[in-house]
Design a protein around this ligand. Structure first.
Ligand code: PXP
Length: 251
């Protein structure tokens, strides 16, 4: 395997749906945002269908699956209901995430070690259906080894702790988190896994993550949708792309 390849940007549109659902109507439309993101250079669109449907709806997934020209990364919990939906749509990618009803956002990585056998059985039909299976995971060696054992093709490293430490000025912790992400990106890549990363990334935090040569894709949502309020979605995405490319040494 090679490193230093282009870095893909997956734009997560969940929070367009959050704003829509605040009023219960049809606007703003996540599909319109997704098409705009495509035009702005997104390499993929990510959407998380939560069990409680707090943002993305089943109809949104149907619309995205039908209308996107870039790959859809379908984020979901490892439940029978979500597996059936994924098998119906056969998205390019499925990313398994932990889900707790009471959480505000996806707080940690999936504990693959704790339910290794079940998750192995769970992802087999998804892989057979042609979906690239990714596991959202902490930068933790035993968890990464378990993800590889169960047959995941991709791990997405959780960057939330790194971003939180940066935002709160805990710089020694931020640097320790970054070092862990760096080591585990290299470790996972060495196991033959494709490495992605995401959660909480901003213009201020994306550079050091984008610079890690083993990382092939970043999934970014909340910050971009917020930034779109001020500068529009297209320029918000283009600026993220520019910063990623600059950190990667691609420009
Ligand atoms: N990757 C995964 C697996 C996620 O669950 C999320 C948040 O839903 C993201 C990336 C994007 O995080 P953010 O919205 O904080 O950019």
């Amino acid at each position: 395997m090679t490193t230093g390849q282009t870095l893909r940007l997956g734009v997560n549109i969940d929070h367009v749906a959050t704003v829509r659902n605040a009023r219960g109507g049809a606007s703003p439309d996540p599909l319109r945002a997704a098409k705009l993101a495509e035009a702005a250079g997104a390499d993929g669109i990510t959407a998380h269908l939560r069990e409680d449907r707090r943002h993305i709806s089943d109809a949104d997934i149907e619309g995205l699956a039908a209308a996107l020209t870039v790959p859809l990364n379908f984020e979901m919990a490892a439940t029978d209901e979500m597996q059936a939906i994924a098998l119906r749509h056969r998205p390019h990618a499925v990313c398994l995430v932990p889900e707790k009803r009471e959480e505000r956002t996806t707080e940690g990585g999936l504990d693959v070690l704790r339910e290794e056998a079940r998750l192995g059985r769970f992802i087999a039909p998804l892989r057979e259906a042609g979906c690239r299976v990714s596991i959202f995971i902490a930068a933790d060696r035993p968890q990464i080894e378990a993800a590889q054992r169960i047959g995941a093709q991709v791990i997405e490293l959780h960057t939330g702790a790194y971003c939180d430490a940066h935002a709160e000025g805990r710089l020694a912790e931020r640097d320790a988190e970054l070092a862990g992400l760096r080591d585990m990106a290299a470790f996972g890549h060495g196991l033959g896994l494709e490495i992605h990363a995401g959660h909480g990334l901003t213009y201020d935090t994306v550079g050091p993550i984008a610079a890690l040569p083993e990382i092939r894709e970043l999934n970014i949502g909340h910050f971009l949708i917020g930034e779109a309020i001020f500068r529009g979605l297209d320029p918000a995405i283009r600026e993220m792309r520019r910063l990623m490319d600059a950190a990667r040494g691609a420009v």
